[in-house]
Design a protein around this ligand. Sequence first.
Ligand code: CA
Length: 231
Amino acid sequence: MQKNKKRVLIIEDEKNLARFVELELKHEGYETMICHDGRSGLDEALQKEWDVILLDLMLPELNGLEVCRRIRPFKQTPIIIMTARDSVIDRVSGLDQGADDYIVKPFAIEELLARLRSLFRRLDLSDEHTQIKQTVVTYRDLTIEKENRIVRRGDDIIDLTKREYELLLTLMENINVVLSRDVLLEKVWGYTPEVETNVVDVYIRYLRNKIDTSSNSYVQTVRGTGYVMRS
Ligand code: CA
């Protein structure tokens, strides 16, 4: 999928450097904007959405550390500090103020581009990680990860058919609720209650064969009514 162009805010008072970085970034497909002082940079940082902010430290009106410090309570936009002074104290203070990375001037543009790619790769990875975050349903030592439909007993993965899975999930999402055969048929098979209900009993047996152990039985039969998992 083609992603939207990444937007980069450049806060840098050395106009030639700012212009050079901007041209290179545009050439690489980034959208850019330049601010030449800390005050206007801070305004832009707070008012618009940026994918990353390149922030010089020695800036007129408001220095870079201060800009960084004032952005952080409001926005988590990644910030890469550009510092001419390769001093540990600057880097540490920058990172203390919430910057994500720093690059020492003068830098090769390739190094900056590499830092940006690496930053966006990290962010994309954490996005993906968020997307596949699982909703987990648990009952005793059984767990179901809903999004990837994995059922575990302890650390063992239990291989269930689609119906068995739906049946188990329905029971586990209704702990202590006695589910009649009719209700289970409707929820799991989508049948109307006219259909013979012993299919439920058959599948409960299949399910028990797979999940039960010699010492553990998970699904209780409520005679004349249906089935339940009790906490
Ligand atoms: Ca400067």
